[in-house]
Structure formats: C-alpha cells, structure tokens
Design a protein around this ligand. Structure first.
Ligand SMILES: *[C@@H]1O[C@H](CO)[C@@H](O)[C@H](O)[C@H]1NC(C)=O
Ligand SMILES: *[C@@H]1O[C@H](CO)[C@@H](O)[C@H](O)[C@H]1NC(C)=O
Ligand SMILES: *[C@@H]1O[C@H](CO)[C@@H](O)[C@H](O)[C@H]1NC(C)=O
Length: 401
C-alpha cells in the first residue's frame, strides 16, 4: 500500500460574541452549539485561565480508578502528560490536589512509547521493567519520573463515556521554571509525538488525529480532540513541516504582514505553542513590529509608559484603560502568510486583541517579545496570546497516491 502522509496545520478564525456571556461563534456560521450536538466522536474540555495575569491555561482531566480530577497546564509544545506523583515524591511543588497515586501498571523500557519519548537521547535501559523520563521546558522547569498506564475518564460530546488506558508520567522530582510557578497538578502534553494524549487516543481508535483550541481574550475557552466540531470547508490549511516534526510548525516559512501590507520579512520559521504565554519574534521581526507600532502611534493619544515594567513595551493613555476594546482602534492587525501550494497562501491573522494585554496599571502592553533574548535564535514562537480569537487545530491525514 502506497500511503503518503501529509501533516496539516489548521487555522481558523473565531468571532467573539459581545454579549456578557462568552459566546463562541464561527465566522459567518450559525451557533457553535448545534455543531456540538451533531458531533459523534469528539471530546471537548473547558479551558480556564488567561495570558495575563495568570500566564497559563488549565484543563481538568480525570485520571485513575476511581477517577480523580487534576488541573493540567495545556501545552502543545511538549508531548508527555505527567502528574506530580507519590512514588514517593522527592521534590513536589505546591499543587491544588493531593499527589497522584500511581497505578502499578509500569511501562517497560522497551515499550514503543518509551522509545518514542527518548527518540533524541541515548536511552539506557538500566531498569528494563520501567521507563524513566525527564522533561525540561524552555523556562528551565523540569519533571523527572517513570511512565505508567492508567485510566483516563472522558465523555464524547454525545455523552458516551470513554475510559482509555493511556501512558502518563508519574513525576516524583520537579523543578519550577524561571517564570512564575503555575499552581497546577501537572502538564497536559499535546505535541505531535507518539506519547501525546491525542496520538494515544488516535492510535487506540477513539478520535481522529485533530486537535483544536479556542481561547478567548476574556480568559477561558475550549480544547477539543476529533474532527467533527468544525465546518472543514471554512478552515484554511497549511502543510506542516516534516523536518521539524516535534512541533506544530508550518512547512513553509511565514511572511509577516502589518496592517495588511508586507513588512518585507519572509521565510520566518514559525512554531505554534500554546504552552508559551507570550509570542516571541526573532530580533529582526521584533524590531520591525516595534518600529511600525511606534510609528503608527505617533500623534495618537498614547505615550510610552517607561515606568510600567509589566512587559518591555507599554503605552499609557490619558486615563487608565479597562479593556483592550478601548485601545484596539489605535493598533493595526498583524498576520503571518504561509504558502500552501504553488500559488496559494493562507493567512494567520493576529488582531490587536491577540497581541496586546492591559497591565495592572491600566496601560496597554505589547504581548510580543524579543525571542533572541531568551535564546530562541531565529525561531518565531506563537504563544497563547495570538490564539485568542483563533483556533489552532492540527490534523494528520493521509492520501493514497
Ligand atoms: C483550573 O480549572 C478549574 C475548572 O476546570 C478551576 O476550577 C480551577 O480553579 C483552575 N485552577 C487553577 C489553578 O487555575
Ligand atoms: C461524563 O458523564 C458522566 C455521566 O453523564 C458524568 O457523571 C461525568 O461527570 C462526565 N465526565 C466528564 C469528565 O465530564
Ligand atoms: C533582541 O535581543 C538580542 C539579544 O539580547 C539583542 O541583541 C537585540 O538587539 C534585540 N533586538 C531588539 C530589536 O531589541
């Protein structure tokens, strides 16, 4: 059988309802809720949290027998899901729930999931009956532990229960990252690797290999697995990189647009990572954006607020701002344009409400930072901020030649 894999990244725009209740609607379509009821094999989770001031998004997942709830940090930048775990725990951080009591179902060292986790390192099976892991995050945080299998309890949107046995990390030694500690029970790994929850659910036949999330600028949102919650004719797709297979990264570099016009910056290597609160542009793109924004703002009633250290670049108005709604008219949208074929392109729009935050002092700050400063080099990392009002879904589909 000649099966060619094509990995695609899907980007959709969402319009946020301005009623007091948060109401998600697809652009140009009817309500979201009637799509939910028609769905047959998708799982949806409510998401809590925000970019600022919290700096994380959290999903409640029920794990174990009997199932117990855990608050997990949503992260599309890594694969492994782990919980702070009583193995016993050597070093555990403050968490909302009691430590996870690991199941006795240890994953052996020669298991394919263990191999997938150690793809790029020299794995030594010193203890063949267990799979040791260590994950490190960009902010310096880490977790060390062993892989176990346990029951995850979730419901399809139709109401049907599913109780798959999935691999997760029992983390008994954690170091907090440099950024403020997230008071959660662990991490929900949603990356592209075999160990990620989505890949495991997909390989066991529970859902299609599609993940999406919609995060609102008011905080919160939804996360879903499966492909029947959206109207696929209204979604733009772009091929995903093969070389960069660990991350959700478009195959072709993006072109940066400001107010619908090119900035001249092309071939920007881009990674989508909901685990990062902010967006990081490489030094050149960062410089271009800050230059263009400052130029746009000259003559507008906004002054740079040098005494506000919330983020490197903040502006103040005549009075403190309460919401982004009051200031977004002064800012132009950004966009990344990705080639999808010989002549076609798809646009990932970054509206002002997705790249700005309001600080505690009532100033408006740029949620895009200089990635070169934190060692990202040429990479452009699209963090949580720009997913606001956006859905990012990734599907692995295949075609027969
Ligand atoms: C995580 O989400 C749950 C709801 O699912 C919420 O009750 C809880 O307060 C959140 N926890 C944190 C630490 O944000
Ligand atoms: C799934 O549905 C059952 C019964 O309808 C309910 O008791 C349970 O709380 C639901 N679980 C989740 C994770 O939503
Ligand atoms: C970004 O950070 C790098 C490394 O610290 C620095 O050399 C560069 O000047 C910064 N770029 C801008 C536009 O601030």
């Amino acid at each position: 059988m000649n099966v060619r894999f094509m990995i695609v990244l899907m980007v959709m725009s969402l319009v946020l309802g301005f009623s007091s209740a948060v109401d998600f609607r697809w652009r140009k379509t009817a309500g979201f809720s009637d799509r939910f009821t028609r769905a047959v094999s998708s799982v949806v989770f409510p998401v809590h949290g925000n970019v600022y001031p919290l700096g994380y998004y959290n999903v409640t997942i029920n794990i174990g027998q009997p199932p117990r709830p855990y608050y997990l940090d949503l992260d599309t930048g890594s694969d492994l899901t782990w919980l702070q775990c009583d193995a016993p725990c050597v070093r555990c951080l403050e968490a909302p729930h009691p430590l996870y009591q690991p199941s006795s179902d240890l994953i052996p060292c020669n298991d394919p999931l263990c191999k997938a986790l150690h793809l790029n390192s020299n794995q030594r099976c010193e203890t063949p009956e267990q799979c040791d892991y260590e994950v490190e995050y960009a902010d310096g945080g880490s977790s060390l532990g062993v892989l176990v299998r346990d029951v995850f309890s979730m419901n399809y949107t139709q109401g049907l229960r599913l109780t798959p046995r999935l691999a997760l990390g029992c983390g008994y030694d954690q170091i907090p990252g440099a950024s403020s500690h997230h008071p959660l029970d662990g991490v929900l790994g949603l990356g592209r690797g075999k160990v990620s929850i989505l890949s495991q659910l997909h390989s066991q036949g529970y859902v299609k290999n599609v993940i999406g999330h919609c995060l609102s600028s008011l905080g919160g949102g939804i996360l879903f697995f499966g492909d029947d919650l959206y109207d696929s004719s209204r979604v733009s797709w772009t091929p995903m990189s093969r070389e960069y297979s660990k991350h959700y990264s478009p195959a072709m570099g993006g072109e940066l647009l400001f107010g619908g016009r090119t900035t001249g910056l092309k071939n920007l290597l881009t990674v989508f990572d909901s685990g990062s609160s902010y967006t990081y542009f490489n030094s050149k793109a960062y410089q271009a954006v800050t230059y263009l924004l400052k130029r746009e703002l000259s003559g507008k009633p906004l002054k740079e607020a040098r005494d506000d250290h919330t983020l490197p670049l903040c502006w103040q108005g005549r009075r403190p701002f309460m919401s982004i709604e009051e200031v977004k008219k002064y800012f132009k949208p950004l966009a990344l344009s990705f080639k999808t074929g010989w002549r076609s392109k798809t646009l990932f729009e970054i509206p002002p409400e997705a790249y700005l935050i309001i600080s505690m002092k009532g100033n408006v700050c740029l949620g895009i930072l200089n990635g070169t400063e934190i060692g990202l080099q040429n990479l452009n990392l699209i963090g949580g901020t720009v997913f606001i009002l956006h859905t990012l879904a990734i599907s692995l589909s295949w075609f027969r030649d």
